[in-house]
Design a protein around this ligand. Structure first.
Ligand code: PLP
Length: 457
């Protein structure tokens, strides 16, 4: 298995790297389809055998059977959930990361990779206006990013409670998190994992978390019972940005950790046309953004940043005798800042693409997606049978087709996928089924929007 001959590496390399090159050169990529387990078993058969199939056979099975049974998340008319549209440079570099056998959990083992990742993190920290002291780590996704930030927040609150108790004050252990209903499901899930209670704050008419609503809930429930407030800059369903500055004020007033979830929308910090909507994000104690959503990196990549990394380190450093050589140093060890120990240098594809193209290209690409989203919004407004459901902050457009019920939206969505035209699943809000576009791919065009809207006539 190891130490293949050079000739074998060359042959299999041609298949594997040739496939990667061919996929990158597809314009457009196919949308592809979903199969059932029975269909896949029928087409692929038993792939794991005692003798092995051989690399060429395994590769052709992947190419002919398995890969087409996966939707292309970078298809320009894949507008469901939050798509992923990595730059070519980022995708190519993902191959390099795999071929390099680097461990990026510690400085000792991965200093070069960690150095480059940290420069990419610094770019994001600067976009957010976080202080020089800020730092963090690339984790697999927003879910782990949010969980890690909340674990750090609770750890800080517990330390403060311990200090207070030592001074003879009545000890209390904050166990609550406040956020709006629009906050991502991973916040609830993090609370469940931590056995914490999520208190939802009613959003404003524009679906935002506001300072006054937050203050009311926190003061009613007891500020000392909260260890974190989560504001979202770009809710997943609507792309709404909470009133970050107001939320920061309330957190500061009560000494509560201010976490900002920008998994989707944080990328738009790089877009000058909307930057001012993020005012207040610079006051976050922790902040996340998923480069695998709107910063053109492949899965799986979330940037997690802390204002004061020492507080996160205190919460997350794993202590084990076999790790002493790593933990007993002042080195920057990325693994100390999140849930998880072993880590891939998953920030490097983003770093390579940023280093290759420069940050201006990112601003341009994000502005382009915002332009297409604005176009979609305009077309919806102009249409007699379509109606915008909420205002648009970023690149998510939610709208209704007058006269349609849940089943109509589903049938429409199924038909678009079956015809390999587009992947646009319905969403819902306040019990109503709705249509939703999430546009993060700079290759999505006005024509794509028109083509999809034409199917709703
Ligand atoms: C997508 C998303 C998450 C979860 O991120 P994953 O990378 O899917 O784990 C969290 N918060 C928001 C606002 C999101 O849009």
């Amino acid at each position: 298995m190891h130490g293949m001959s050079d000739a074998s590496i060359h042959r299999l390399g041609q298949s594997v790297l040739g496939y990667a090159e061919g996929r990158l050169k597809l314009h457009p990529v196919p949308l592809d389809y979903t199969l059932t387990p029975e269909q896949l078993l029928d087409r692929a058969g038993q792939t794991i055998t005692a003798e092995g199939l051989g690399g060429q056979r395994a590769m052709s099975l992947f190419e002919e059977v398995l890969a087409p049974a996966c939707l292309s998340v970078d298809h320009p008319r894949y507008l469901s959930f939050i798509p992923c549209a990595p730059s070519d440079a980022a995708t190519m570099f993902d191959l390099v990361v795999s071929a390099s056998s680097m461990y990026a959990g510690s400085w000792l083992e991965g200093s070069g990779a960690v150095f480059a990742e940290n420069q990419a993190l610094r770019w994001i920290a600067d976009l957010a206006g976080l202080p020089e002291s800020a730092g963090g780590v690339f984790v697999p996704g927003g879910t782990i990013g949010n969980l890690s930030a909340l674990v750090a927040a609770r750890h800080s609150a517990r330390e403060r409670a311990t200090v207070a108790a030592a001074k003879g004050e009545r000890p209390h252990r904050p166990w609550r998190v406040a956020a709006t209903e629009g906050a991502h499901s991973s916040i609830k899930s993090a609370c469940d994992v931590m056995d914490a209670e999520l208190v939802t704050v009613p959003p404003s008419e524009e679906l935002r978390l506001t300072g006054s609503a937050l203050r009311e809930v926190i003061e009613r429930e007891g500020p000392e019972t909260f260890f974190a407030v989560v504001a979202t800059c770009g809710t997943t369903n609507f792309g709404v940005i909470d009133e970050l500055a107001e939320v920061a004020d309330v957190c500061a007033e009560h000494g509560i950790w201010f976490h900002v979830d920008g998994a989707y929308g944080g990328a738009a910090l790089a877009a000058p046309s909307v930057r001012e909507r993020f005012a207040g994000v610079e006051r976050a104690d922790s902040f996340i953004v998923d480069p695998h959503k709107w910063l053109f990196a492949p899965f799986d990549c979330c940037a997690l940043l802390y204002r004061d990394p020492a507080r996160a380190r205190a919460a997350h450093t794993q202590k084990a005798s076999y790790l002493d050589v790593l933990t007993d140093t002042p080195d920057w060890n990325p693994t100390d800042y999140s849930v998880g120990l072993t880590r891939r240098a998953r920030g490097l594809p983003l770093w390579f693409s940023l280093a290759t193209h420069g940050t201006d290209a990112y601003a341009t690409a994000i502005e382009r997606t915002l332009e297409v989203a604005a176009y979609a919004e305009r077309r919806v407004r102009e249409s007699e049978h379509l109606e915008l459901v909420a205002h648009r902050d970023l690149s998510v457009v939610v709208f209704r087709r007058l006269g349609w019920e849940a089943g109509d939206y589903q049938a429409w969505s199924d038909r678009l996928l079956a015809d390999e035209v587009a992947f646009v699943v319905p969403t819902s809000h306040a019990g109503e089924t709705l249509a939703r576009f999430a546009i993060v791919n700079p290759q999505t065009t006005e024509e794509d929007i028109d083509e999809i809207l034409a199917t709703m006539a």
